[in-house]
Design a protein around this ligand. Structure first.
Ligand code: GCB
Length: 616
């Protein structure tokens, strides 16, 4: 490494430390904890000028403005920055765009407010445990959030797709706690993602909100997976939060008769490793075990599966056997009702379709999806590509942007590291070649390996094509385990038949996943196969793509773009796109286009052949 490279790395590291410093402190498995749901109607005030936060000379209002939660005191008080009893509401979880027609295109600040009771400091319905600690937890707020409780600012968070959490122990009242959140979804060039994306910028409190009630010292986080490369040794770590840091922690998998007891250090941290005779998780048999952790009075348990994932040359090995990823990419957008996915019901529709298509793999593009998706993928047996929104033209030379990207990546891994379905962490999508970009992304790849050595690192790259030959030679490839490539032969690149003559070469002895391919057509738009935007044209692209993909010897997987049509502000064609990207195999109403049936038959045959090989 050159001196300038090491300096740049050190600079990135320092920038990260200065901005974010702390380990991710969010509580692992919040749905396995005692909590009060704060979902439901929240009052909202739309504030395009941020007048609830800045005064008329643009100085931050000293008491927090609308965040202070003040109400007019008596009939002669002319105070304006207030929620009134008749202030309208929106549902949480939920993006604001799809709840009111006048908010469809809105980008800016909306203030949210709700009240709740917390008898004796504990969530309603729960027995009061003196000495317990309480935390406000938000599944996601897109994009920036500032949170106030009872007039006091608790903190802020940047990044639209990962949880945020604030300790509120000692700050709760028995009745009438006022929780106010300023959510701002404006786009910025130095943000992650930057201003130009190919999806709708859904704003708001888009996922669950909870008040968690925890013992004074509790199991804050844990990582339980198979040891890298092993199929019968469970390994990981546990971290406690609270005063009594030195404790004995027991990790057990009762059904497998396996457990270990370890002692935490002064920081409440311990590692463990123990043998276990396990039925391994796979798409064909997605076996999950109840895993329990106990420390002092605290206990937590959840379903976790165990599998190994490795590469050997151009193969991906699942539990030691080559697996071909039959996949589809999807946005975290709910069909039928529109808006962001936030529930198991939403996830069941999307992942159910992926199963029906014959997939064993899904690419959850282009940001961390709701936890309901990855938990259900564990149950349904779908391998997952998980991604952070380092998308298109990010500010590669801006240390603050790097710090944001790294933090989001760390938050994503922190949340989902026990989801056995996830086999690939992706650090970027379709980023333009340059040295600073490769430096930025290789630093992210190194971060993944540091945080989770058990999974594979990937990124979706752009094709380097000269005439009919695409060469996989992106310099980022040296830092990845699996190369992702988005190619649109037949759509952005030539006519469908161009695929027949395409050759693929690689400079890496690594697996390739064709992370995107496809074409656009609204459901029901028919014509001949040479007419763009028809179902026939789209199907024809698949008809030529699939044999082309089969001819690539180092291909280990593919994920068609995309499962379902999705909203997108940069897709203009009236009567065709109408602000939707129509590359879905299904419409946003779940209607099946011709290409769906082609890919379903292809995956069906492939799956049957793989099953036959496995049985031999
Ligand atoms: C891509 C992007 C994806 C777009 C897609 C398209 O390569 O990764 O986000 O939506 O192309 O439809 O152009």
């Amino acid at each position: 490494m050159s001196i300038s490279q090491s300096l740049r790395l050190a600079f990135f590291a320092l920038a990260g430390a200065a901005l974010w410093g702390q380990p991710i402190g969010t509580i692992q498995n919040p749905s396995g904890r005692q909590s009060l749901s704060l979902n439901g109607p929240w009052q909202i005030l739309i504030d395009p000028y941020e007048a609830g936060y800045y005064d008329f000379h643009l100085n931050p209002i000293r008491d927090g403005g609308l965040g202070a939660g003040r109400e007019p005191a008596g009939k002669s008080d002319k105070f304006e920055l207030a929620f009134l009893p008749n202030t309208p509401t929106l549902q949480v979880p939920g993006d604001w765009n799809t709840q009111r027609p006048d908010l469809l295109w809105y980008e800016g600040t909306i203030w949210y407010r709700r009240t709740f009771d917390a008898p004796a400091g504990a969530p309603a319905g729960a027995a009061a445990h003196p000495g317990n600690r309480q935390f406000l937890w938000f599944g996601a707020a897109n994009y920036q959030a500032i949170v106030f409780l009872n007039g006091k600012k608790l903190g802020q968070h940047e990044g639209g797709f990962t949880p945020l959490q604030f300790e509120v122990t000692g700050q709760l009242r028995e009745h009438g706690n006022a929780l106010i959140v300023k959510v701002d979804d404006r786009r910025y060039p130095d943000a992650v993602p930057p201003t130009m994306t190919d999806w709708w910028n859904y704003g708001g409190l888009t996922r669950d909100v909870k008040l968690l009630d925890m013992p004074a010292t509790f199991i804050q986080d844990y990582f339980v997976q198979l040891e890298k490369g092993s199929r019968n040794r469970v390994a990981g770590w546990v971290r406690l939060d609270g005063a009594g840091q030195r404790q004995r922690v027991t990790v057990s998998i009762p059904e497998a008769g396996a457990s270990a007891t370890v002692a935490t250090d002064d920081n409440g941290y311990a590692t463990f490793a123990f043998p276990a005779n396990l039925t391994l998780w796979s798409p064909e048999s997605p076996k999950l075990y109840q895993v329990s952790l106990a420390a002092g009075t605290d206990r937590v348990s959840e379903s976790i599966g165990f599998r190994s994932i490795q590469t050997a040359g151009s193969k991906i090995l699942l539990n030691g056997n080559p697996v071909f990823l039959r996949g589809v990419s999807m946005h975290g957008e709910a069909p039928f009702r529109a808006g962001r996915v936030f529930s198991e019901a939403d996830a069941r529709i999307l992942l159910g379709w992926a199963k029906e298509l014959g997939c064993n793999f899904v690419r959850l593009a282009h940001y961390p999806h709701d936890e309901a998706m990855t938990r259900l993928a564990d149950q349904m047996g779908l391998l997952v590509w998980s991604e952070v929104p380092v998308y298109w033209a990010v500010q590669w030379e801006n240390p603050a942007t790097y710090a944001k990207a790294e933090h989001m990546l760390a938050e994503n891994i922190a949340r989902d590291k026990n989801r056995t379905s996830i086999v690939l962490w992706s650090v970027a999508n379709e980023t333009p070649l340059s040295e600073p970009r490769t430096k930025f992304l290789s630093s992210l790849a190194a971060k993944v390996r540091q945080l989770d050595p058990t999974r594979l690192v990937t990124a979706a790259t752009l094709p380097h094509t000269v005439e009919n030959t695409t060469t996989i030679d992106d310099p980022l490839g040296q830092y990845l385990d699996v190369l992702g490539l988005n190619e649109y032969v037949g759509w952005y690149d030539g006519a469908p038949a161009k695929a027949d003559a395409m050759q693929f070469r690689t400079t890496y002895d690594k697996p390739l996943v064709m992370s995107e391919f496809g074409a656009e057509a609204p459901f029901g738009n028919h014509g001949d196969e040479d007419t763009a935007w028809t179902e026939e044209y789209q199907a024809n692209v698949y008809r030529h793509q699939l044999p082309m993909l089969q001819r690539i010897p180092f291909l280990s997987g593919m994920s068609a773009w995309a499962l379902v049509d999705f909203r997108c502000p940069r897709r203009f064609l009236t009567g065709i796109q109408d602000y939707y990207n129509r590359k879905g195999l299904l419409s946003d109403r779940g209607e099946k286009k011709e290409a769906w049936f082609l890919l379903r038959d292809f995956y069906g045959a492939m799956g049957a052949a793989a099953g036959a090989v496995a049985k031999r």
